[in-house]
Ligand binder design. Sequence first.
Ligand code: NAI
Length: 245
Amino acid sequence: MLKGKTAVITGASRGIGAAICEKLASLGADVAVIYAGNEAAAQAVCGKCSGEYGVRAAAYRCDVADFEQSKETVSRIKDDFGGVDILVNNAGINRDGLIARMKESDFDDVLNTNLKGAFNMIRHCSGIFIRARAGKIINISSVAGIMGNAGQSNYAASKAGLIGLTKSVARELAPRGVTCNAIAPGFIATDMTAGFDESNALVASIPLGRMGTPRDVAELAAFLAGSGSDYITGEVFRVDGGLAM
Ligand code: NAI
């Protein structure tokens, strides 16, 4: 159970982030829903969490790539909820393209959101965690960060970077009672993979024979957010139907 805990989830208005938010709320956590632009969707997630599970839920508009905005948002959440216990860095984008033609801005945008965004949030939450001598950080990486993927050099670099960030933060904050782990999803059915369907050749190569669901990822996030994972840190968990084994 996560009753009495406050979870901050970035990119939580849809897809994997929304599923994680709802799962943590179902276990009793109060949730801070960070969204980039779609306020109605973020409010709908809040409404579901407070309506169905009776937890406190509030939405915060924030571009996680922006250091100052992230700082201000964490500070507001701390004031509103009294602290932060769980941070899920889920916000992410892709700007796929072949390396020979990739625009500089596509590289920068992906790194800034996926990697620097996680840095910003960890940076601003770390003081709260250190003072509490507790905290759970969960970074949503990708199997692309483990295997690489043609056409996704920017995205794979950002997700591999997240793994290095996860392990370094895990080592640094372990003496303070804070854990930091990464989840590496494979193909999960969300807006990000809207072009995929079950007949795609890549999907056919998944040993378990199907794309994953946001819920498949949320179940692991819930475990990593709870006390059952207290002795696990610096680990990367694939949720990919066996794709990258
Ligand atoms: P999605 O596109 O549905 O959700 C991503 C969310 O991040 C959106 O709500 C978006 O508004 C938000 N976001 C983007 N930039 C932001 C910013 N600068 N500040 C704040 N929020 C921002 O995608 P999905 O599939 O739910 O992805 C969630 C995470 O899982 C991403 O980090 C993605 O890279 C990762 N992932 C997804 C996989 C998939 O197959 N769907 C596979 C592996 C990893």
